[in-house]
Design a protein. Structure first.
Length: 164
């Protein structure tokens, strides 16, 4: 997707960019953590959980600028991690952890809003995500793929329309 975060839109707190969860503990959330309007960037984070497995990663995202964002779970042998890409550059990865079936095929995909994403971890750093408001930035060319998007594929298609 192309993502734009305004310096005026993030003062109040955490926002969900997109989310697909079953209940409140199994699935994934891409969100923006709250920051002050005078700060030049806001943390963009990606959180995934399934049972007792929890992965997360984050990167700073410059405000008042469009970014091509790719958030994915890389199931490649030896990887098994979350990845956050900005403008076809890998910016952040999580630790390694294998997830089985997600078990949320019938759960809705929410764009621009969502709910608490609670993890089973008892540590404060990984206790989950609580949104404070709906997303107030801009999203364009939102795409969902069911396979890994390589660096080359991201570079090739980030400015092109894709038809089914």
């Amino acid at each position: 997707m192309q993502l734009f975060i305004s310096s005026q839109s993030i003062d109040t707190g955490n926002q969900v960019v997109f989310q697909k969860i079953s209940g409140s503990m199994q699935g994934f959330t891409l969100g923006v953590s709250g920051s002050k309007s005078f700060e030049p960037s806001s943390p963009l984070f990606f959180l995934a959980s399934s049972g007792s497995s929890v992965l997360s990663c984050s990167m700073p995202l410059e405000k008042n600028k469009w970014h091509h964002i790719c958030a994915q779970y890389n199931r490649s042998p030896g990887k098994s991690r979350l990845e956050l890409w900005s403008n076809s550059r890998l910016q952040a990865t999580s630790a390694r952890s294998s997830f089985g079936e997600w078990g949320f095929k019938t759960s809705p995909l929410h764009i621009g809003s969502g709910s608490n994403h609670v993890t089973s971890s008892l540590t404060a750093a990984n206790s989950g995500f609580v949104p404070r408001q709906t997303f107030s930035g801009s999203i364009d060319e939102f795409r969902v793929f069911h396979s890994y998007r390589s660096h080359t594929a991201q570079r090739t298609f980030r400015h092109k329309s894709i038809f089914p």
